[in-house]
Design a protein around this ligand. Structure first.
Ligand code: PEP
Ligand code: MN
Length: 353
């Protein structure tokens, strides 16, 4: 009796192996179907075809399993096959750590984003040669390696100061060069990418242009580092997809910048989304910057927010500094004067390493 059971169990083992081989064969075919459907842009789930297969199988079922059981078992197989077919749609994004496990280091002048903790600082707008010279001299002596300043300004009102344009680019470049700094400035229009790339070390894409896909493609073609600000109402996924537009053009020098998102809160200009910045570090291989100035919109929060960001692992903080913020032509309530920057620097420098 016992030997008979043993014989039968051996039979079951053989059938299990055969079933497994058949399931694997079926899985490979499903996967191939998935690839073809993806190529043709067809949907993977076909309920009519599934119903036909179930009808056929229950009709042909010789027993002893009841029709319901056969249906149930095959439905599980169909579900698993669909998962395989759908897996063919899942691309590995270039921004993802899966595509590039090592952290990307973006070099701009003396700065190495991703390899050292950095401060990006400078005025909101470039207003004059004297203003940029004074600011660059002060910041360079504090060890700041990246000088910012807007020449093309995205202003909410069309009547507000729009920036000095190419003249501003020249002023910013010269000030940065005199003090051995990298120069970052915003580009807002595809037609300006060439001239901005001529003067700047890093092209900034502002929050308002995060989904300007033509601009993203254009800076993707420029062989220059790009700092991509998160849109004020953009989800983290939309922000990463925007980075993908640049990376997909063959430009791998992308820096992500969280600058606060719009919420119902009124006591701060925006709400710093620290989880967004941390997720950017976790999910992507790109350097991450936190712009505390535009996030908070008030000077008393800059140091604590910068400390939090650096402690959370971001690569750089961005802060606006102006020799005389009260007379600044833009963002005059949120920029630090030199004494304010000294205090800011003292409060965070232990985290700069
Ligand atoms: C800026 O950095 O000057 C600026 C306009 O920032 P944002 O695009 O984040 O508003
Ligand atoms: Mn500003």
């Amino acid at each position: 009796m016992k030997t008979r059971i043993k014989e039968l169990r051996d039979e079951i083992d053989r059938i299990n192996r055969e079933l497994l081989a058949l399931l694997s064969e079926r899985g490979e075919i499903a996967r191939e179907i998935g690839r073809l459907q993806t190529e043709l842009g067809l949907s993977h789930y076909d309920p009519v075809r599934e119903a036909e297969m179930l009808d056929y199988l229950t009709r042909e079922n010789p027993g002893p399993f009841p029709a319901e059981t056969i249906k149930h078992l095959f439905k599980e197989i169909f579900k698993a096959s669909l998962t395989l077919e759908e897996a063919e749609d899942q691309k590995t994004f270039l921004y993802s750590k899966k595509a590039h496990p090592e952290p990307t280091i973006v070099e701009a002048g003396p700065a190495r984003f991703g390899a050292e903790k950095l401060i990006i600082a400078g005025p909101c707008s470039i207003e004059s040669s004297a203003q940029m010279e004074e600011t660059a001299a002060f910041l360079a002596q504090k060890g700041v390696k990246v000088l910012r300043g807007g020449a093309f300004k995205p202003r909410t009102s069309p009547y507000a100061f729009q920036g000095l344009g190419v003249e501003g680019l020249k002023i910013g470049r010269a000030a940065a060069d005199r003090h051995g700094m990298a120069f970052i400035t915003e580009v807002m229009d595809t037609r300006d990418v060439e001239v901005v790339a001529e003067y700047a070390d890093i092209l900034q894409i502002g929050a308002r242009n995060m989904q300007n896909f033509a601009l993203l493609k254009e800076v993707g073609r420029a062989k220059k580092p790009v700092l991509l600000k998160r849109g004020m109402s953009a989800t983290i996924e939309e922000w990463f997809y925007a980075a993908e537009y640049i990376l997909a053009q063959g430009n791998d020098q992308v820096i992500l910048a969280e600058r606060g998102i719009r919420t119902f809160e009124k006591w701060t200009r925006n709400t710093l989304d620290l989880s967004g910045a941390v997720l950017a570090k976790q999910e992507t291989h790109l350097p991450v910057v936190v712009d505390v100035t535009h996030a908070a919109g008030r000077t008393d929060l800059l140091a604590p927010l910068a400390r939090a960001a650096l402690a959370a692992g971001v690569d750089a903080v961005h802060v606006e500094v102006h020799p005389n913020p009260l007379v600044a032509l833009s963002d005059n309530r949120q920029q630090l004067d030199f004494a304010g920057f000294e205090r800011f620097f003292e409060a965070i420098h232990d985290l700069l390493g």
